[in-house]
Design a protein around this ligand. Structure first.
Ligand code: ADP
Length: 498
């Protein structure tokens, strides 16, 4: 890395950063009731880039009241599904139109390479709204044959679950907001969204676009603030019907407990420790870059990251050498710097957490085959890291690191059950991938891996149509795709005696 890089951004982003950042409640931008605000940073420099309102329980209360009013007899309930779909589609268009600005904001606040934000986060967010816009008119129940046909008419309807609280993380702030908002809007819910305290900016800009798209006041409310205050108030709120959370498994457990008060519905997308399993017949020209991409994309800050690499003993060395070579080629730098392929991790806390794990791994006997340390002392950069000699009992193998660190392990025989057992030896079950040219190996592994998303010769995809979610301690429910809509509807069955 070169000397500290001071990013220059476009006029629109400059103007946005300079504005006062308030809370979106009931269609108005208002200050936090306690009058507080907090700094938000550029993780590429560690410098403050803006201040945003610090919402807390009182603000969540106001936001829930606005969402409740919009849901119960408000304008939202009188809008046809077709018009709802049209607004959601328009929001997708607006995201695309303002894509350059949103991408810069995302890079500044999250650190990811500008090209990733431009080619990934922004179009994927627009696409999620468009995908769900199409579903708005296709949410239907069924007619049912019940006993004594002709005597009864029975059917189901799917109704919106109501006021929804959504708590999202910082690793892909705009896309996480899109994944949460789009299905809730398509099904006719109203929402209180809390972005992560590290990355509030793109969600606030999205809030302005939501207003421009024409959604009635109170349908989407955005409250920036911290987890233990604003987030906890959402999870515990007695008038929220459902909470959807993406983040760490530890916080997921807290949410579940808080939600028990009014037994609100809960969906969770939590941690992972996803296996990348490479068989000896795999096409190495695909598997090597695939395994590198699986862990190093977004600096490893992806819940489905391929953080445990299992390679057959006959190709293990080749695999590790290959991934190490890929790691060495990755240009790590400020996200706004031309040519950057991997940005910083999100914060000083995260930097310390990830490097702490690397140290724990080394202390437990692991070797560093690539990277292994912080880069520079400005911003929070970590070299893409491969650990070898790791075993199932080490913290680096058991726990989610959420950084650019992969543990490479070999498997010794061709017993598929044993390979699957190794891959499944984790409390998580979010994703996994299998690399082989054997159809039968692929299918056998697909059925044996206990995880919500499996890739074959690809680690995964975040297409709007593809449901993702966790087995085991990786979560409850599936987001995206048709499945994702079910999180936001209640099924009502109706029987009529004729
Ligand atoms: P990380 O540890 O990677 O920051 P978290 O799971 O802590 O991830 O954060 C994800 C989201 O959960 C953020 O929006 C954060 O504010 C929120 N959050 C953190 N703690 C709580 C809590 N006790 N109750 C509700 N939300 C929380």
């Amino acid at each position: 890395m070169n000397a500290p890089f001071i990013p220059s951004v476009g006029e629109k982003v400059k103007a946005f950063l300079g504005r006062e950042h308030k809370l979106l409640i009931g269609g108005q931008w208002i200050a936090a009731q306690a009058g507080k605000s907090f700094d938000t940073y550029d993780p590429g420099t560690g410098r403050v880039i803006a201040r945003v309102a610090e919402g807390a329980a009182a603000d969540i209360d106001r936001a829930v009241m606005a969402a409740r009013a919009a849901f119960d007899g408000g304008a939202w309930g009188r809008i046809t599904a077709s018009d709802r779909g049209r607004m959601i589609w328009k929001l997708g268009d607006l995201i695309e139109q303002h894509g350059a600005e949103l991408a810069e904001l995302e890079t500044l606040n999250n650190g990811k390479p500008l090209a990733s934000a431009q080619r990934g986060d922004v179009p994927l967010s627009a696409d999620m709204f468009r995908y769900m816009a199409g579903w708005a008119t296709k949410i239907t129940g069924e007619t049912l044959d019940v006993s004594m046909p002709g005597s009864y008419h029975a059917f189901t309807v799917r109704e919106p679950v109501g006021v929804v609280g959504q708590i999202i993380p910082w690793n892909a702030p705009l896309l996480m907001a899109a994944w949460k908002l789009a299905p809730a809007l398509a099904t006719g819910c109203t929402i209180v969204l809390k972005p992560a305290e590290q990355t509030p900016l793109s969600a606030l800009r999205l809030g302005e676009l939501i207003q421009e798209a024409g959604f009635p006041d109170g349908v989407v409310n955005i409250v920036t603030g911290f987890g233990p205050t604003a987030g906890a108030a959402i999870a515990a709120h007695p008038d929220i019907d459902k909470v959807a959370f993406t983040g760490s498994s530890d916080v997921g457990r807290i949410i579940v407990q808080a939600a028990a008060g009014n037994l609100k519905k809960v969906s969770l997308e939590l941690g992972g420790k996803s296996p990348v399993i490479v068989f000896p017949d795999a096409d190495m020209s695909v598997a090597v870059p695939g395994a590198a991409q699986a862990i190093f994309a977004n600096s490893g800050q992806v819940c489905t990251a391929g953080s445990r690499l299992f390679a057959h003993k006959s190709i293990f060395d080749k695999m590790v050498e290959g991934v190490a070579a890929e790691a060495g080629k990755i240009r790590v730098g400020h996200g706004m710097q031309a040519g950057t392929q991997m940005g910083p991790v999100i914060s000083k806390t995260q930097l310390e957490r990830v490097t702490g794990y690397i140290e724990q791994g080394k202390a437990a006997g692991a070797s560093v085959a690539a990277g292994g340390a912080r880069i520079g002392n400005e911003g929070y950069f970590i070299a893409p890291t491969i650990l070898t000699g790791t075993t199932a009992d080490m913290s680096v193998v058991k726990e989610e690191i959420f950084g650019p660190v992969v543990c490479a392990m070999r498997f010794d025989d061709d017993d598929i059950e044993r390979v699957a057992r190794q891959a499944n030896d984790t409390i998580f079950g979010l994703a996994g991938s299998v690399w082989t040219r054997e159809l039968s190996t692929a299918h056998k592994m697909v059925r044996r891996i206990r995880a919500g998303r499996i890739g074959v010769n690809i680690h995964g995809s975040v297409d709007a149509a593809l449901p993702t979610g966790g087995f085991k301690q990786s979560g409850w429910g599936r987001e995206r795709g048709r499945e994702g809509l079910n999180l936001y509807t209640e099924v009502k069955s109706v029987i009529m005696a004729l």
